[in-house]
Design a binder for this molecule. Structure first.
Ligand code: HEC
Length: 132
């Protein structure tokens, strides 16, 4: 009895998060994506988790500091993530949309492999790479 009641709030939380479907990434930024609020606070834990995921999944193309100097990019050169401007918009929601959906054909989306929280952690980390 006690153990099953523990799962109810967890399930409710998970389905709420799953309902959030981001707008597709668009060149110039998608106003719908910009409206998506980042639900994950940029705590040290979130940024550290995002960094681990970035190193596992993104470094090969975007490079260790996000300068676009990874070696695995095929086709288009990965953009510099350290400037505040992005072809796909610079809001948290735009970053999330790119990570979620990818930018066909140059970058695959991660929606099938990462959950939303993991992708927001990456958003929080990628923003720390910006130097302005
Ligand atoms: C296979 C190589 C590759 C991998 C792996 C990859 N990317 Fe990309 N990424 C690209 C390319 C190439 C573009 C540019 C696409 C375009 O302009 O259409 C891009 C675009 C982006 C953009 C848009 C930036 C801008 O200025 O427009 C962001 C943000 C981004 N990637 C983040 C990530 C993150 C975070 C990961 C890991 C979860 C990741 N990428 C994994 C190749 C990759």
């Amino acid at each position: 009895m006690v153990s099953s009641s523990i799962y109810i709030p967890i399930l409710a939380f998970t389905s709420l998060v799953a309902l959030q479907s981001p707008a597709a990434p668009k060149k110039g930024g998608n106003p719908e994506a910009a409206k998506i609020k980042n639900p994950v606070a940029a705590t040290a834990e979130s940024i550290a988790a995002g960094k681990r995921a970035y190193q596992r999944l993104c470094v090969k193309c975007h490079g260790p500091e996000g300068k676009g100097d990874g070696s695995a990019a095929t086709g288009a050169v990965p953009p510099d993530l350290t400037d505040a401007q992005s072809d796909y918009g610079s809001s948290d929601g735009d970053l999330f949309a790119v990570i979620h959906d990818g930018t066909s054909p140059d970058m695959e989306g991660y929606a099938g492999r990462l959950n939303d929280t993991e992708m927001w952690n990456i958003v929080n980390y990628v923003k720390t790479l910006r130097q302005r």
